[in-house]
Design a protein around this ligand. Sequence first.
Ligand code: C2E
Ligand code: MG
Ligand code: MG
Ligand code: MG
Length: 279
Amino acid sequence: DAKEGGRARLARHDTERTERARRVLDLTQSLRRAVTVGDLELRFQPVVGLRDGRLRGCEALVRWRRDGRIVEPAEFLAEAEESGLIVQLGEWVLDAACAQAAAWRAVGHPERVFVNISPTQLSSGLVDRIEAALRAHGLPGSALGVEIPEGALMRDPNASALHLSALAALGVRVEVDDFGTGYSSLSYLEEFAPHSLKIDRRFIRDVHLDQRHRHVVGAIIALAHALGVESTAEGVELPEQLAVIRELGCDSAQGYLLRRPVPAGEVWPEPFALPAAVG
Ligand code: C2E
Ligand code: MG
Ligand code: MG
Ligand code: MG
C-alpha cells in the first residue's frame, strides 16, 4: 500500500544519503592525502591578447594525479570546497603557481600567472596568503593575477570589495571569472573595480551562430569598456568564434583554439593560432 511504499522510499533515500556521505568522505580523505604528499599538478593555459597576438599570461588549472589517472577539478572541487580542504589545496596551488612564475621570470618571461580562487578561499585570509606567497618566492604583485567567480564575489560583496582593493594595491591583477553567471549588480561591479571581466564559456559557445548571443557578448564587452575594464573570452574553440569576439572588440581570448591547458614546459614558445597578425 501507499504507506508501505513511502517507507521503502524513505529507506532507499537513507541508503542513498549514506552512500553519498561515504563517497564524499572517501574522496575527501584521498584528496587530503594527495595535497599532503603532492599528488597535485598544475596545467597552464595561455591567455592571448587579441590586438597583438601576444601572450598575456597563463591560467593555472589544478589536476589530481590519482592512481596514474589525471582527475579534473569538476570531480573533486565541490567536495574540497564543502570539506574546507580547498584552503590547503589553494595554498598548494598558490605556492606552485608562484614557483612557476619565478622560474619563467628567471628565463625572461615576465607574463602573469593567474590562479583561481573559490568562495571559501576568498573569505579565508586570501590577501595575507597571497602577500606571503609573493614574498616567499621573491615576486612582485605584477607576477600574479587572481580569477574570482562572480558568484563568489557576491556572497559578501562589501568584504569582497575590500579584498580586491587590497590585492590591486599589491599589483595583483583581478579578474571576475565566469562573468554573466552570478547576478552581480552594476553598482557592486563598479566598487569591485576589477581589471578584467572573463566572459563565461557558455556565452562564447554560440556567439558565431546566434545573433542574441552575439549581442549579449557585445553588451558585456561594452559594459566592461564603459567601466574602464578589459574583457577576456574563455572557451574559444573555433576560428569563427574568434573572428566574432575580435570584431566585437574583446581584448583577450583563451580556449582550445589557441592552446589547451598544458604542462609548464609546453607553454613556450609562442606563437598561437591567431589567424594573421592583428594591426
Ligand atoms: P574556469 O576558471 O572557468 O577555467 C576554465 C575551464 O575551461 C578549465 O577547465 C579549462 O580547461 C576549460 N577550457 C579552457 N578552454 C576551453 C575550451 O576551449 N573549451 C572547453 N570546453 N573548455 C575549455 P578545468 O581545468 O577543468 O577547470 C574547471 C574549473 O575548476 C575552473 O573553471 C575553475 O573554476 C576551477 N579550478 C581549476 N583549477 C582551480 C584551482 O586551482 N583552484 C580553484 N579554486 N578552482 C580551480
Ligand atoms: Mg578561471
Ligand atoms: Mg573562467
Ligand atoms: Mg568558466
